[in-house]
Write a protein that binds this ligand. Structure first.
Ligand code: KIV
Length: 290
């Protein structure tokens, strides 16, 4: 559901100011899938900073403050070291920079797996400190009780099955999941378990396509694919991947821009001007008033 708002960069406000200023809600997202059909696919991108949120918000239904910020923003080797403090700081920035999209914040590794009670303490902190409306957590059958516990206590949960990056040490890497019959059955069982437990939407990451299609048909809530299938009820990508910030493009990513080249070109032009003393010119300097 795109809007026609633009962002006034001097005030950081959408113009014209939508009235009443209303974000997409969890029930509205959940309600986009009716009797197994989502007429208009849901658009989700990751955002970690206020300026990216401002730019992406008008085009998206949902902004995900993913724990992928560990690699993308902090240069960490995986999402494992990401902390609750990082998620809260970036979640609050994305909420400040957006007006229309539903904002969902990832629960970082170690903040929810021990018990539903631990998950509630972490998730409620995320909602209080960020203003986001929902959290995302990874896992299937093992997390079903937690999904039900949070949902029953006012915390909407987006679940995440298939390739779950926080489990990289168990999985042994980031390869696609579901290549054998046992793994396929497990992913389906995981998806059903968290859907039955009440998640409002379900990310399916890095699975062979027929599994993504089967899961989408099997669960009542919308599925959001990444490395999954166009038949999912929506799609998500890491914004920096989609914008072409990195040289390496994973198979499941389509580059819709070439941000790396644009930044490199601009930085090179700046360096040339500085070295030639052709920047700043009179236009960028302050002169005495005559
Ligand atoms: O952390 C993240 O960015 C994610 C998406 C890739 C789904 O979980």
């Amino acid at each position: 559901m795109s809007t026609t708002f633009t962002i006034d960069t001097s005030t950081s406000r959408a113009t014209p100011m939508p009235a009443p200023m209303k974000r997409l809600t969890v029930p509205a997202v959940r309600g986009r899938k009716v009797d197994g059909v989502t007429a208009e696919p849901l658009v989700m991108l990751t955002a970690y900073t206020v300026r990216m949120a401002q730019l992406l918000d008008p085009h998206c239904d949902m902004l995900l403050v993913g724990d992928s910020l560990g690699q993308v923003i902090y240069g960490l080797p995986s999402t494992i070291p990401v902390s609750l403090e990082m998620m809260c700081a970036h979640g609050a920035a994305v909420v400040r920079g957006s007006y229309h999209s539903l904002v969902i914040v990832d629960m970082p590794f170690g903040s929810y797996e021990a018990s539903p009670e631990q998950a509630f303490i972490s998730a409620s902190r995320i909602l209080k400190e960020t203003g986001a409306a929902a959290v995302k957590l990874e896992g299937g059958e093992a997390m079903a009780e937690t999904v039900a516990f949070l949902s029953a206590r006012g915390i909407p949960v987006m679940a995440h099955v298939g390739l779950t990056p926080q489990a990289v040490n168990m999985l042994g890497g980031y390869g696609a999941r579901g290549r054998g019959a046992a793994e396929e059955a497990k992913i389906l069982a995981d998806a059903r378990a968290v859907a039955d437990a009440g998640c409002f939407a379900l990310v399916i990451e890095g699975v062979v396509e027929p599994i993504a299609i089967a899961v989408t048909k099997a669960v009542a809530c919308p599925t959001i694919g990444i490395g999954a299938s166009a038949e999912c009820d929506g799609q998500v990508l890491v914004a920096e991947d989609m914008l072409g910030l990195f040289e390496r493009t994973p198979r499941f990513v389509k580059r819709f821009g070439d941000m790396a080249a644009a930044i490199s070109e601009a930085a090179g032009a700046y360096a040339t001007d500085v070295r030639a003393r052709s920047f700043p010119t009179q236009a960028q300097t302050y002169q005495r008033k005559t």
